[in-house]
Design a protein around this ligand. Sequence first.
Ligand SMILES: Nc1ncnc2c1ncn2[C@@H]1O[C@H](COP(=O)(O)OP(=O)(O)O)[C@@H](O)[C@H]1O
Ligand SMILES: [Mg+2]
Length: 410
Amino acid sequence: MELLFYSLAGIIVIVVIAVSRKSIVAGMEARSDIKRENKPSNNEEGIEDITNENIEKTNEQVKIINQIDDLILIVDKFKNIKFFNNSAKKKFGENNLNKHVATLLRVPDLLQNIDLVLLKKETITMDLELSSPSFQFFKVYLFSGPTSYVDDPDSVVLFLKDLTDIIKAQRFKSDFVANVSHELKTPLVSIKGFLETISGHAKDDLEAQKKFIPIMLEQADRMESLIKDLLSLSKIELEEHIQPQDKVNLKEILNNVEDIHQKNLKPFEFKNNIKDDFFIKGDHEKLIEVFSNINHEKLIEVFSNIIDNSIKYSEKNKKIEVNCGQGNGKVIGDSYTVSIKDNGIGIPTEQLPRITERFFRVDAAKSKKVGGTGLGMAIVKHIVNQHRGELEIKSETQRGTEIKVHFSKF
Ligand SMILES: Nc1ncnc2c1ncn2[C@@H]1O[C@H](COP(=O)(O)OP(=O)(O)O)[C@@H](O)[C@H]1O
Ligand SMILES: [Mg+2]
């Protein structure tokens, strides 16, 4: 599959360059034909038509080269840049003509390969991975000149095919599989170990069995939550592009969430301020049917996960508050914002951007102890995305966390 992709990319490169070269040469010839236009001819009109057509074709090819997402650079034998297309301009900046290629791409392998192409006039392909300013991955094709752009046999065309998104997705997938396997394996190994103990040397040891069985149950619960969250995540990912069309009652949803967590919320000072807030603003009527395009069950999952975190990462007796406000520009048009605020342990500022990553936990041991899977906020993010909403997370360590979900009014 990968091989097929790269071969196709290679063929496209060769065709683009060959066609543009042929066409530009044809265009140049066409121009000289125009210059000779006064010469007598049997079919003057015909020639003129063909030449204009060629010029148009040439311009079109140049346009294509400038519109493709891939980067094209041509360097001379001193490795100074003699041509670059718009994408390369966008990436490296406007004023790089005649600069040494190493000022843009300081990659020893690339420089060596340019030398090889200059020497052997062969085509070379290589992978190029850049880490700064952010991860980027290119398949680079190096061809020998001359080209229509640089009429010098001692030049090299660098065609950089941007595969960043594909490689990122591939690495993400394999990281994800490794993470899932690890997360499931840990409780499984522990259950197996305990089973071996109580069926082996502790066969008749009632005390040991009393001690181990609850731990095994806890580990089995952990595996169950993980599988539940994984299924939930994969389902929402599949549906992320489909905007739900159900009309829901937001008050009802938050009441449901409160009911679901009633037992766990008891030790906290829980306040659902939505009703009062909206009576004051006289918007109660609208609130009853606020959200179209929102799916009831999924919205319960969003707020359940957020409140569950407030419970898990706050000490008993602390305040957990739910509020609802209107339009503050986070999403286009009129909007509603539901806020869930706790006074818990908070999240360090530098970790905030990672909170919605799968399996990311500020403190993995703490999360495991309270029964976390590291998938809750990833699920929240995907569901909010599906509803074309926005998620806003504010937090301060030891002060607390506020998570806001913004949705458009229908
Ligand atoms: N309200 C919160 N207070 C403190 N930390 C939080 C809060 N919500 C999320 N976090 C941090 O974000 C991590 C990811 O959250 P989540 O995806 O729900 O996974 P978990 O299953 O660990 O709760 C948590 O492990 C925790 O470190
Ligand atoms: Mg959680």
